[in-house]
Design a protein around this ligand. Sequence first.
Ligand code: ADP
Ligand code: ZN
Length: 613
Amino acid sequence: MNEVKSPKKPLVYYYGIVLLVLVLLNLIVAPMLAQSQVTEVDYGTFMYMIDQKSIGQVQVEDNQIIFTDKNDNNKIYKTGVMNDPTLTERLYNSGAKFAKDIDQQMSPILSFLLTTILPLVLFIALGQYMSRKMLERAGGGKGSMMFGLGKSNARVYVPSSEGIHFKDVAGEDEAKENLSEIVDYLHNPKKYTQIGASMPKGVLLVGPPGTGKTMLAKAVAGEANVPFFSMSGSEFVEMFVGMGASKVRDLFKQAKEKAPCIIFIDEIDAIGQKRDGRIGGNDEREQTLNQLLTEMDGFEGNNGVIILAATNRPESLDPALTRPGRFDRRVPVELPDLKGREEILKVHAKKIKVQDDVDYHTIARMAAGASGAELANIINEAALRAVRDNRSLVSQADLEESIEVVIAGYQRKSAVLSDKEKRTVAYHEIGHALVAAMQTASAPVQKITIIPRTSGALGYTLQVDQGEKYLLTKAELTNKIATYTAGRAAEEVAFGEITTGASNDIEQATKLARAMITRYGMTEEFDMVAMETVTNQYLGGDTSLSCSENTQREIDRQVVALIKAQHQKAKQILLDNRDKLDQLAKFLYEKETITGEEFMAILNDKTDDTPEQ
Ligand code: ADP
Ligand code: ZN
């Protein structure tokens, strides 16, 4: 979100002004007011009043004498000082009382006005002013909290003015499908409440920056035609202690009044970071987070307020946030694949004038790994380039040129695969799938994609769900190990070179091989003796060895032998099916996605050429 925000002056600033005014009042105005009541008289009058014994109180100072009339205590006089040694004695004889601070004793009403009423008025005025300002930013709504402090500056979007719909978000079909249920719920909550189903209160949109999370949230509101309240996590915590919490409170109050509606919290990791294990944590953030949790727990599932939150660091979130009843649904918003990129380019190209012969497919292919925001930027850069050259239409060359401008700037940040890397990842992933398929003679995968993922994986394989399986045969387990090693094997077969890409596979294969030997009793040598016991089944499944050192050495040897054999087997399968490996890898490399059906179609295709693209 990149909305323009008016710069905020901290509250201290306003209260500082109030304080300054009060100090000035007390220093200058109050004495002046008091002074104005004092009547200045000449020394003669003073002496006359002494003689008449009509002095009430008297205060002799260095350069003036202040006194009151005995018969009229409200009247204060003052006169100059004369060299008059007997003055004190005469005053004493006249019955005058010697006093202090006569002139400071201003009328109690005035003093009350100045010290109590005035500050109060100023505070209220300030509060009203702030409240109005914040309401302006909120874009509507009425009513203010105490003195308007802590008014949420969540921006309310009137649905019609934003008007973003799912069709504006190109690609991201899975995310859209996921979110369409929420749209349906907002349209017709009764359908759900009747049956007793309740919607998740919070949905977490997880994905790299610029993949359209904000857009998707707006589109949900747009599709459901409900108000959209949006706020960024970092906005919650930038204010003073307590402000974040009261903003959350107010945000939810506003939202509940406007239900059904969407609350969108961008960068939720700014407030939702794990709390444990940090010394001197951020009080403000914790208060804000606590308030958010309280609000989420406080409303029932079916009041029509759905909270969408976005983050690109889901692993850093406090577990309290992701517990059931809070943000328990997670929608991945991944970087777009080739098709997605092409669609995004086309959506944004509608806003500019483009030559007819522009080939978006090629552009999309060249921009592997680019996010939606980067693609939008590429289109804009291309338009700027055309303007610089005084052309009225954007050309293919403009687009190709701006890919470099945009991507080069981002290359390190978002994982943009080089061509060679992409080819390697394609072979690696196909290697896994092909070996799996040859061993079981069935489609091993639903889908493989080779777009860098949020998790850091460069490729992604959606395994075929074979239903719950409780028993695995020894043959199945060894095949599994062969499949784990097949990614690396494919790299060896295709490039004669190995990469770091197999680290996770190695871990998995080793774990499985060890378990077969130490826990499942699947070797002749150890028969049914447990060499290892699981100590902590639910938390990570830690194991501890329970055998002699010699046996341990033997176990290690057997683990290596088992994996080596399966690795060899996988390599042989790939060598025997080299042409299929090449065809499949080429397909995946070019399309970046291959489905299970496509995979099997190529595998079972007896004519040896690549299918039409
Ligand atoms: P995020 O919230 O994930 O960081 P945004 O939703 O703010 O990303 O997206 C930033 C911009 O990138 C959008 O305004 C839009 O122009 C462009 N964009 C990102 N993803 C898409 C998409 N799938 N389709 C069309 N435009 C997109
Ligand atoms: Zn692998």
